[in-house]
Design a protein around this ligand. Sequence first.
Ligand SMILES: Nc1ncnc2c1ncn2[C@@H]1O[C@H](COP(=O)(O)OP(=O)(O)OP(=O)(O)O)[C@@H](O)[C@H]1O
Ligand SMILES: [Mg+2]
Length: 255
Amino acid sequence: MSIEIVGVYKSFRQNGKKQVVLSGVDLTIPTSSSVTIIGRSGTGKSVLLKLITRLFFPDAGSIRVDGIEVTTASRGSIYELRENIGFLFQGSALFDSMTVRENVGFALCERSKLALKEINDIVIQRLKAVGLKEDVLDKMPSELSGGMKKRVALARVLATDPKYILYDEPTTGLDPITADAINDLIISTREQFGVTSIVVTHDMTSAFKVSDYVAMLYGGRIIEWGTPEEILKTQNPYVRQFVQGSSKGPISMLE
Ligand SMILES: Nc1ncnc2c1ncn2[C@@H]1O[C@H](COP(=O)(O)OP(=O)(O)OP(=O)(O)O)[C@@H](O)[C@H]1O
Ligand SMILES: [Mg+2]
């Protein structure tokens, strides 16, 4: 149940110009561990998560999830794999025309043979886990605050008990108390269910709290990998500048 990424390249072509985003990413996410990817805005963190679920194809390289090579797998096995992967999208991506209850229960209604009552119980339980009460059940996404949307999206991810969870900025835009509750939830999900997770975040407190390992993406590659303690003590000036959130250092504002 590990994720192994080797030599992954990805570029985009826009207005005839080629933009190289990833240029040789190597990263292994060990089974049941939680790895945080840090890096500046625009370095390709979200792109990397999308490659893992084959929402994009890489230009080169190998991505193996649960032993399946996702770059060449059949469409059928990708669908099967996706059933085991929960993806918390950066912008929450709730279905706008569905209530909270329908959003969180969607995958269970589509894929499981559970009765509506059982699905409803799971929906309420998952909402509780992310700190939301039953009074949100019949609200539409447009009636929720940004932080509530994010929590509903997380409840939706948790509803199907995935083996892998990809969290894209799970705490961004949340108040510090809710953010910490989400951090605890990421930790308990891994501890209780042995979920293998990748967390993309700018939030250093969150990165150090929830991760077994931290990886920094810079210049299209993973330039540093280590436990949170190792990352805090790193001598790599690029990583130090990022971790300390300083405008002074080798990483320029204009990059
Ligand atoms: N579908 C796409 N088409 C063209 N370019 C894209 C596409 N998706 C991403 N990119 C480009 O790839 C680069 C990396 O984007 P990505 O969203 O992965 O950054 P990020 O590291 O997640 O940043 P942030 O921290 O701001 O979320 C950006 O320059 C972006 O413009
Ligand atoms: Mg992103």
